[in-house]
Design a binder for this molecule. Sequence first.
Ligand SMILES: *Cc1c(COP(=O)(O)O)cnc(C)c1O
Length: 398
Amino acid sequence: MPIVTQPLPLPRRFGPAELDRLTAMVEQRSLFYWQGPQTGALGVEFRKHYPFKHIFPCSSGSASLHIAVASLRLKPGDEIIVSPITDMGSVIGIIYQQGVPVFTDLDPRTYNMDPEHIRRAITPKTRAIMAVHLTGNPCDMTAINAIAREHGLAVIEDCAQSWGARHQGIPVGLMGDLGCYSFNDFKHVSCGDGGIVGTNRDDLGAGLSKWGDKCYDRVTGARDPADLAPNYRMSEPLAAIAAAQLTKLDHIVAQRGRNGARLTTALADVPGVLPPVTRPGDFHSYWFYMFRLDLPKLRLNRDEFAAALRAEGVTANPGYLPMPVYRYQVFRHHNFFGGTWPARLLGATTMDYTQVHCPVAEAILNESITLPINEAMDDGYIDQVAAAIRHVAKLAAR
Ligand SMILES: *Cc1c(COP(=O)(O)O)cnc(C)c1O
């Protein structure tokens, strides 16, 4: 009999709230975002959590990050410091704007960017720091903002995994210059695919819609784009669902935060197991749960440990990404535009991703196990998962 006796609890994510909004939507004569009622409702719901002055709902988290990067008006070769453990969405926009993602190493226990490594990565070409709040754990925004101020850098917060997370009481996204969020289907809240970007800076705010809507001016209707910008709009059907989803955000985040914290507390004294660390005063909203193994203390390797957990009924997976982003083929081969990298060909950067090495990030990926966390789990389920991890660790102890 496995220790975890219940199947993985799964929440019902969509229901009457979404249906109500969709029903109202089909009565509309237009599904276009501009002055659309669902887009308006999405803005109202979003601002209850994130009271940005300027927002732009868009087609994905990646789009929100591309818009944020584009609004900084990079010159070819300008650098943005970013985490090597993240989604491609963090870096796609940087590359498309002819910028250079500079990957810096992580804190071994929070899995977030280490401010000391950020400081060392700054060059005269650095324009911004992209703070990726990985797994739902807030980055040390106090330290990151201090570095940014000192060096005149912008801060973009990638909050795709961290809906509802707070650093020292402040929701993530509101502390940097631009906050970026994803509604892709795997995130805390989903409309299938979508995103939203916000800023409190007036100089960047007007640009958000411009950089996400072909550089068209919807206010005046003028059609003479001054810059090249993609169409990253979100249409009314998706805004309807996203708006309904955000009415559930507080509940989803509270439950996930509670469940993750309960597991972390339960694992605190398990030999060979290193639960994630949340800085005091911060709130981790647990998009998923990642813990590390102290392998010298164990007779099992990481994959064997994960298999032993699965045998005990835990939905455990070895690792998160197979490798850091700089090891992906596209980066290893600088294969960005038809097999080439114009910024490098032009001499605007000497970056060579084959030479990048972030040992802590690599260790995190090689030594970690990931588990799902969701709002449908109760204390009993979390306690069974903790008991299974404790049991496997005890059997595997040297
Ligand atoms: C999911 C994710 C993105 C991209 O979001 P999409 O909506 O899938 O484009 C960006 N950054 C991080 C850290 C993510 O987890």
